[in-house]
Structures are given as C-alpha cells and as structure tokens.
Design a protein around this ligand. Structure first.
Ligand code: ASP
Length: 439
C-alpha cells in the first residue's frame, strides 16, 4: 500500500505540531509521500508564514528594507528546528531568498518559500528524500497548471523513490519561474502526487475531523460526515471550501483514489472519506447542507418564450459577454431566471439589462436581490420518497418563504432560494428534520 499524506499549515505550525505529524507518519508504514504546507497559525491572532512572506516581499518589491520581516520568518523556522533538535542550518537558504527578493523574483516565488523551507525541515526530521516540486509540477506560460505534463514529469522523477517529502502549493513554468496555485493549494499538490504514484489513499491531515453535515456557525455541534462521494462534495462546494481546496478532488477523482480528511490533533478519529462511489448508505437521508448568501436573480418574462428557439442561449450570451458565470437557471413556460453572484453582477447590472433587452426583446425583466442559496445534498435522496416534501414542510413550519427551487438532474441535490434573512432559519429547519428528528 502507498499513501500520500498532506499536512496543512496548522498541523505544522510549531515543533510540537511537527512531533504529532512525525508520530502519525511513523504509525503507518504506508505513509510514504509527505506533502507539507507552510507553518500556519499557532493561535488565533498568529500570522501564517505565507502571509508573512507576501508582506515581506511587498516591501522588497518597493525597494524598502525588509530585514526585520525576513528575520521574523527565519525565527519561526529556527524555533521549529530547535524544538525538534535537528542538526540543520537554513542560513544559506535565507541568504539566497533575500538575494532573490532583492532581484524581484516575484510574489509567487516569495510565497512558495514557506512550503519549500518547511519541506526541507520535514525531510530532515523524517530522513526522507526532499523533492522540489519546481522540478516536476508544471505551469504553462499563461500560468495555467499543465496536468498532463506534470503527471509525466512527476512519474519520471518519482521512479525508484521509496519515500519523499514534496512541498505543496507550487511548481514552476517551463523557464523555471516559480508559480503557485491559489491559496490553500497544497491540497492540490497532494492530489497530484497521489495520482502520479497511484496511491491507495490520499490522506489530507488538517485541524478538524472531516466535514460536518452543516456549518457549525449555524448549527451547534453538527454531526460529522463519515463518507461522501466526489459528486456530493461538488454539490456542497460552498461547504468544503474551508477544509479542502475545491480543485483538489479532480486529479484523484478520475483515478478512483479516495481522500481521507483527518485531524492531526485527534488522529484516532476516522475523519471523512471522499470516494467515487459507495454502496454504504449515509446515516441520514441527507449527506450535507450548505449554502451561501448574496445572490441576485434576473427574472425574464416573454410570451411564447418556450417556442422561441435559442432564447436561453441568447440570454446566457449576454452574461458571458460580461464575464459573469451563472449559478442556476430555473425556468417556467414563459419565464426564465438567471441566478448570479450579486457582487459580480452589481457593477455591470445596467449593461446586462440592456444587453438582454437587445438580445431577446422580453416583455418584462425584474431583479430580485439579497437571496441565499441552500443546497441539500444526499446520494440516498434519489431512492427515497418524500425528501422534498419533508424539506418544504420543515421550511413552511419555520415560516420560511421559498423563492426558488431547483433539483439537479443527478437527483442528489435540491437547491432552495430564500431571502438572506431566512438563511440560518432555513438551514436549522432542514438539519432538524433530517438529523435531529430523523423522521
Ligand atoms: N501556504 C499556502 C496558504 O496559506 C498554501 C497551503 O497552505 O495550502 O494558502
């Protein structure tokens, strides 16, 4: 068995956390490929090393003195080295980094040093080989990740390598310039490595014991999710954001490699398994509830719309022209609504409205703003009667007015639109009926 283990910033924020990580790795022979993040926060008001590096580089870029700032970063690493009693000296690494900062190597280069240095420490601590991802993770000239080339290069680079530490978050372009993923991108690196070595499992170690059925800021002590499919997780993408980078599922999903989200501070917890498919029934009819506020709905009415070929395309073309992606598009016989993120839409609103008028000459267009969308997701919904009935009965008892309903063709999600103020009440009502009452 081969496992890739990725550890997030809070799991590697101090020597003490490194020790927990070391114990986790040594507890299982199969944990052969380690992907570390940069040191994260040790306590609430602390600053992540990645943020320190960005701030430091911002000074360097303006030719300001950054000695104090870089020294603080060096101190953070030195504390870890001292705490682990390692025979390791990073001063020549720091000399090179300072030099490259002065040469304006770029903010991606700067940020990537967080994972790079943590990787060196981790490799030294574990006695594993250190592999710089700049050697194998490729981005094209436009800065877009090149999955195919990376996979080839990485397979080649890892040939014959038994155990290695590969820092997360970055790679390089063809000319050697360092390029990072978006924030939280070490999750993606873990997934890429898991694919290249055809791992049996990709373990993603963080500071929570997996996904929860609902947001703990809304539901007190919500139950955890034991197992979720990739498809369900996509439907719940509003929820996963804080735990796992959205793009991390794609490399492993195609390969059928499961992801296991685990808690470094509670390694005994099983965490959440993210799998391609499962015959395991979820404990409850629904797997999860997630949502987001701040949507607007553009409602278009036109008699005989249903008979007008190309109507939908023309409407969507207007949104595309203004580079706005739509979230949902519920329709009636003579009506069509396009739901968008209000913050993206608001500045272009009038242009889009006149664009729609020109494109399809509607009878009436109105806009509803300040809407929230709630996704109720569950693979078991398909084969069960009455799920929608229970959701809407619960919402009606809670006096929530439903403004929009949309069921995905996979029949594993029901999307509900409510006004922003009803968002929390609606989630509580749905959680209650399926998890607490469990009728
Ligand atoms: N260190 C990077 C960040 O803070 C990447 C990561 O931790 O995944 O976003």
């Amino acid at each position: 068995m081969k496992k890739v283990v990725k550890f997030g910033g809070s799991s590697l924020a101090s020597a003490e956390q490194f020790q927990k990580v070391g114990a986790i790795i040594h507890a299982d022979e199969d944990r052969k490929f380690v992907v570390p993040s940069a040191p994260g926060k040790r306590f609430d008001e602390d600053t992540k090393v990645t943020d320190m590096l960005y701030a430091c580089y911002a000074l360097a870029e303006k030719d300001h003195d950054f000695t104090k700032e870089i020294n603080r970063i060096e101190e953070r690493y030195q504390q870890i080295i001292d705490g682990l009693e390692l025979d390791l000296d990073l001063s020549s690494e720091f000399d090179r980094i300072i030099d490259n900062f002065k040469k304006k190597a770029g903010s991606d280069y700067a940020a990537s040093r967080g994972e790079y240095l943590n990787g060196i420490i981790m490799a030294n601590y574990l006695g594993y080989e250190f592999i710089d991802p700049a050697e194998a993770l490729r981005f094209n000239e436009a800065g877009i990740f090149d999955a195919e080339l990376t996979n080839k290069l990485l397979i080649k680079r890892l040939e014959g390598v038994e155990r290695a530490v590969i820092p997360g978050f970055y790679g390089a372009m063809g000319d050697g310039r360092v390029k990072t993923f978006s924030r939280g991108g070490s999750d993606i690196t873990g997934s890429i490595v898991a694919k290249a070595i055809q791992a049996d499992v990709y373990e993603n170690w963080t500071d929570v014991s997996g996904f929860l059925i609902a947001d703990p800021r809304i539901i007190k002590d919500p139950k955890g999710i034991d197992i979720i499919t990739y498809g369900e997780l996509r439907e719940l993408s509003y929820m996963g954001a804080g735990v796992l980078h959205e793009d991390a599922i794609f490399p492993v999903r195609k390969e059928g490699i499961p992801i296991n989200i685990r808690n470094t501070n509670k390694p005994e917890d099983e965490g959440t398994w993210i799998v391609g498919n499962t015959c395991q029934k979820a404990k409850y009819t629904i797997t999860g509830i997630a949502g987001k506020k701040g949507f607007a709905s553009i409602n278009i009415e036109k008699d005989m719309m249903n008979a007008e070929v190309g109507f939908g395309r023309k409407v969507l073309q207007v949104f595309e022209d203004y580079n706005i992606s739509f979230e949902h598009m519920p329709s009636g016989i003579d009506t069509l609504s396009v739901m968008v993120h209000q913050s993206e839409f608001v500045d272009k609103e009038q242009k889009i409205l006149s664009g729609i008028n020109r494109a399809v000459n509607p009878d009436h267009v109105d806009i509803q703003s300040d809407l929230a969308l709630i996704a109720v997701v569950g693979r078991c919904m398909k084969s069960q009667r009455g799920t929608a009935g229970r959701i809407f009965a619960a919402l009606s008892h809670a006096s929530v007015n439903v403004r929009m309903i949309d069921q995905g063709s996979s029949e594993q999600n029901i999307i509900i639109g409510v006004v922003n103020e009803d968002f929390e009440t609606a989630i509580k009502a749905i959680y209650d009926i399926f998890v607490e009452t469990r009728i």
